[in-house]
Design a protein around this ligand. Structure first.
Ligand code: MCN
Ligand code: SMO
Length: 786
């Protein structure tokens, strides 16, 4: 694994630990979030939401005094339902009305919209609306939904299944050679995403531009523009979508939200400003959910633990509606393709389906399906190790794609581009000190706690391109990006990209890319991002794609700008262009030099100094980009942890956590580390705390942060990080995307560690998130019975 750590590097260029430019603004409370915005005549919007999971709306009564400010689906007759289409063969699309129409399909579904000068008044008015319901059978889980008799969620459907996908690659042939067969049922709980800022949207009519302006906390402004134009029957040129500062997104904000459509409709209809801000209770009960996957894994291996074939059944609880644009098809598509992860086995059979239930829709959440497949695969790997009586890391070394096999096409056709998976495992085992942990386990702990070690290796397909989205049934997602680079009159640089940075640090890292090529000081580089009115087209930020795609476009734009600067600069120096050289932002020849600022002066203020054959498009370049191979680049990592479990209370403490990751060339290692640590924190939440439980009537049981537990600072340990830098052969600078990776492995690592700790007690294996103290105690008790 080549390392670029040692290369000389420019102080602010690629690979430098430049402090984040965006932090000062946020630390000083000077961010500009939707809730901060003031506008004359602004009305605040509240929604009346369904208290029932599945029911027909028999009647709605609105008191006369508020009738003018209350809207139902029929008041919005000129708006279209949200329909996320897919080309997957078995797919059944759902029509999601902006406000419930005829029936409600989950608790929290908006039925009526009310506006008033303040949110409190709007909520008071919403309480004056009376709704009568006729109950329908509630499908609160995937089993009841699949067994449905009678009213389906969506009337015209065959059954309550959104989509079913199948794979069979040489399964029978390889399974027949197995000496051991290991079976496990593995489940991930439903959970929320809980960004600090929930949904937030403000819309108004810009009379000068004769345009609807939608300021929304979104990851995908250009895509929201196209769908709003479609649903509101406006030309795209009549809609501008702006994403301002966003307080965390994590996938929650990469889809069209009903409330976005409703508020945009109000502004289009009344030509004045309206705003909706989701509150915490709305987020926890009515916001989209994620993670809920159910696995039936059957692994066929030889006596050494070499996996020969895998048979998997994956059922995903898709909730009531398929989200636009990704559709629920994304989740089973990613699951069936990424389940084999970093392993080289040859026989594979998998059936995966997404089932419609009476819960909020399912959206991608940091890691997307890969958190689930890593959990299932890595728990299965540990189960194989138990079965064949070897250490979990030995069994993995048997199965990982080896460094010299790269590039490697795996059993699901994924092009694993580069890297050394076994070396990352080896490095993690050394850092965590497995031999010392085993010795410590033999000695026993003075306080009676049990020590365990766990690990997981995974791949993080990132920056998927056009062909991947087509294969997932969503060809409306182009997987292509553009960037503009422009030298400004003061000699600074303005970069414009349609992706959006909501915590990932792109204002800094994209400036570093430009600095690497043009030498302009990072402090003089400004990034405009996420605004359809100001930036070139982009399909937005998700799938850890922004650096590779938009950062790649920034790199290309700067590379095209450079010869123009050289051409003008050489002319100013009266030097032969072949004899000049750049030193940071100065062009030098024969002991003389001019700066980028001098070139800008010539272009903007003193055109008489320009060479006669100057490029008339000047100091601005817009360019489109996608990597040479568009099937995504594969970042990978091994995480390992040591835990201590208290068999008396079931409490678990993380004693040590290490990450060895390889995202190719790092633009800013400090940003990469911050991304990893944040992701691991969320992964700890998935492993130990977070769950959105529903009762059999589809009622959400965690509606406040007292019931929905999140890890806090004391639950997130200091972690030790180590980087490999194997450049991607396909991308600018060899960088690979990594923004989600931290959240993929922790549930697998921590469950494996706790199961390892509990082995001496003969406890039942823990195979279902979250790993609460109650479940630890139950596993110990179950072990005592058998
Ligand atoms: N980076 C780098 N070198 C690399 C790879 C990445 O320096 N080799 C830097 C990038 O320049 C960028 C950051 O790391 O500043 C993440 O880049 P990338 O992997 O391209 O991911 P995106 O920018 O596309 O971010 C999206 C990704 C996703 S999909 C989720 S979900 C997620 C995540 O990032 N949501 C986040 N991280 C988040 N972090 C914060 N604070 N908030 C969110 O909502
Ligand atoms: S869940 Mo990230 O927005 O792909």
């Amino acid at each position: 694994h080549a390392s670029t750590h040692g290369r000389p590097g420019k102080p602010q260029g690629v690979g430098a630990r430049v402090p984040r430019k965006e932090d000062a603004r946020h630390l000083l409370g000077k961010g500009n979030f939707v809730a901060d915005m003031a506008m004359p005549g602004l009305s605040e919007v509240a929604f009346l939401r369904s208290p029932l999971a599945h029911a027909r709306i028999a009647s709605v009564r609105v008191a006369d005094q508020i009738a003018g400010n209350v809207f139902l689906r029929q008041s919005m007759a000129d708006a279209r339902d949200i329909v996320a289409d897919s080309t997957l063969p078995t797919y059944q699309a759902s029509a999601q009305p902006p406000l419930a129409s005829g029936k409600v399909r989950f608790v929290g579904e908006p039925i009526a919209m009310v506006f008033a000068p303040t949110r409190a008044e709007a909520e008071d008015h919403a309480e004056l609306i009376e709704v009568d319901y006729d109950d329908l059978p509630v499908y609160a889980d995937v089993d009841s939904a699949q067994a449905a008799e009678g009213d389906l969620l969506h009337e015209q459907w065959r059954d309550n299944v959104f989509v079913t996908l199948n794979a069979d690659k040489q399964f029978d042939e390889y399974a027949a050679q197995a000496e051991v067969v290991v079976r496990r049922k593995i489940d991930l709980a439903r959970q929320c995403m809980v960004p600090m800022e929930g949904k937030a949207v403000l819309a108004y009519w810009d009379h000068q531009a004769d345009q609807l302006v939608v300021v929304s906390a979104t990851q995908v402004p250009h895509m929201i523009r196209s769908v709003l134009a479609q649903c509101l029957d406006l030309e795209q040129g009549r809609v501008r979508v702006v994403s301002p500062d966003v307080g965390g997104a994590f996938g929650y904000k990469c889809v069209l939200q009903q409330e976005e459509l409703c508020v945009a409709w109000l502004a289009k209809t009344f030509k004045r400003p309206f705003r909706f801000i989701e509150d915490r209770r709305e987020h926890l009960t009515a916001g989209a959910n994620s993670r809920e996957h159910h696995y039936e894994m059957v692994a066929y291996a030889d006596r050494r633990g070499k996996l020969l074939a895998l048979d998997a059944k994956i059922t995903i609880d898709g909730g009531a509606y398929s989200v636009w644009p990704f559709t629920i098809g994304l989740e089973p598509g990613q699951a069936i393709g990424n389940l084999p992860g970093p392993y080289a086995f040859k026989g594979y059979r998998c059936v995966t389906k997404a089932v419609a239930t009476n819960k909020p829709g399912f959206v991608p959440y940091r890691g997307v399906a890969r958190t689930g497949v890593c959990f299932a695969m890595e728990l299965t790997m540990d189960a194989i190790a138990r079965e064949v009586g070897r250490e979990p890391w030995e069994v993995r070394q048997e199965n990982l794609v080896q460094g010299e096999q790269m590039p490697f096409v795996n059993v699901t056709g994924k092009h694993l581009d580069s890297g050394d998976y076994p070396a990352s495992l080896q490095q993690a085992m050394e850092m965590i000190g497995v031999d010392a942990v085993r010795e410590r386990q033999r000695q026993g702990e003075a306080d009676g706690r049990l020590i365990g070690v766990g690990l997981a290796t995974y791949t993080e397909q990132a920056a998927h391109g056009t062909s991947v989205f087509a294969a997932w049934g969503t060809p409306v997602i182009p997987g292509f990006d553009q960037a503009t680079a422009r030298v400004t009159p003061d000699g600074g640089l303005e970069l414009r990209v349609g992706v959006h940075s909501h915590g990932q640090g792109m204002e800094t890292t994209f400036a570093q890319i430009a600095n690497e090529i043009l030498g302009v000081d990072v402090g003089s580089i400004k990034l405009l991002h996420g605004d359809t009115g100001q930036t070139p087209f982009s399909t937005g930020t998700y799938a850890s794609r922004s650096l590779v795609m938009s950062g790649g476009a920034v790199s290309q734009a700067c590379k095209r700008l450079l010869p123009r600067l050289t051409h003008i600069g050489a002319h100013l120096l009266q030097a032969d262009p072949a004899s000049v050289a750049w030193n940071a932002d100065r062009l030098e020849a024969d002991g003389k030099s001019v700066s980028v600022k001098d070139v800008a002066d010539a272009w903007y203020l003193r055109p008489q100094l320009l060479p006669p054959d100057v490029d008339p498009s000047g100091l601005e370049v817009t360019v489109g980009y996608k990597p040479k191979v568009d099937t995504g680049c594969f970042t990978y990592a091994t995480h390992a942890a040591v835990v201590a479990v208290d068999p008396g209370t079931g409490g678990v403490e993380i004693l040590d956590y290490v990450v060895v990751e390889d995202c190719g060339t790092m633009i800013n290692p400090m940003v990469v580390e911050g991304q990893t640590i944040g992701g691991v924190a969320q992964g700890i939440g998935t492993a130990f705390y977070e769950e959105t439980p529903y009762d059999e009537n589809g009622q959400p049981l965690a509606s406040t942060l007292a019931d929905y537990m999140l890890p806090g600072a004391t639950e997130v340990p200091n972690m030790r990080l180590h980087h490999f830098e194997t450049p991607s052969p396909h991308t600018e600078f060899g960088a690979k995307g990594m923004g989600e990776g931290g959240a993929i492995a922790p549930p697998a690592v921590l469950f494996n560690a706790v199961n390892d700790a509990l082995r001496p007690l003969g406890a039942a294996e823990l195979l279902r998130t979250p790993l609460s103290p109650t479940r630890v105690l139950a596993a110990i008790a179950q072990g005592k019975q058998t």
